[in-house]
Structure formats: C-alpha cells, structure tokens
Design a protein. Structure first.
Length: 130
C-alpha cells in the first residue's frame, strides 16, 4: 500500500502530452487543460478504482464535487464546484467540478503555472513526464 507522500507525488505528476488539450482564453492566451476522463484514469492508476469516490451536490446552480481518496483506511475529501458550461450545460458543470476538486489533490495543478505562450510544442521541462 502506498503512503500519502507517494500518492501525492503520483497525483501531481505531469500528464503525457497526448492527454493535454488547449483552448483560447481571455486575450487569446492559450490555456492547457485535461478532460475529466484523464482525471478518473489518474485516480484509478494511482489509488485504485476502489479507493476514490465523488459525490455531487447542486448548490444554487453550481455543481459541487466532493472528491474523496482513501489512504491508510481513512477518507480524505476535498470539494470544489463549477457552474453549467456553454456546451452540454449540466454535464459540463459536473466534469468541471470533478476536475477542479482533483486540482486540490494536485491533479493537473501544474497547468495553471504554464508560462504565457505555452503550446504543446514548447512545454517547459518541468511540465513533461519523466
């Protein structure tokens, strides 16, 4: 069984470049992101399918995801939320809430720190898997 330090390091590891996606943000800045399936796969791979769960709640039009990971028999829960998205409204909000809750565990958090102008072709060394 992995300890919390090992789990944390594996959760926050960079994703393979073929998993990353980019979209235009404010001012045309390219924003890197991953989809919810990549988050689920990372959780499955790191802690096992039986050691994580998520519960959703509607809170005044926002979807709140309570993401829990079991470590040493104890459940650790972190929560975040998102509103409906422009494409696939409620489904998009559920996916975004999961991704945002996973960031609190370190999953994909590094994507927020990519320098302006970063694309799939010029990722910094620290943002590429070892």
């Amino acid at each position: 069984m992995k300890n919390w330090d090992e789990i944390r390091e594996e959760l926050k590891a960079p994703f393979a470049t073929n998993v990353l996606k980019f979209r235009a943000g404010v001012g045309g800045k390219q924003l890197a992101y991953i989809d919810a399936r990549a988050v689920m796969k990372r959780l499955d791979d790191v802690v096992g399918i039986e050691n994580w769960q998520c519960n959703y709640e509607d809170l005044s039009g926002r979807v709140i995801c309570r993401l829990s990971i079991r470590v040493d028999g104890e459940w650790i829960t972190k929560c975040d939320g998102a509103g409906d998205t422009k494409i696939e409204g409620e489904k998009g909000g559920i996916s975004d809430a999961l991704k945002r809750a996973a960031v609190l565990f370190g999953v994909g958090r590094y994507l927020y720190y990519l320098p302006a102008g970063t694309t799939i072709n010029n990722l910094p060394a620290w943002a590429v898997p070892k």
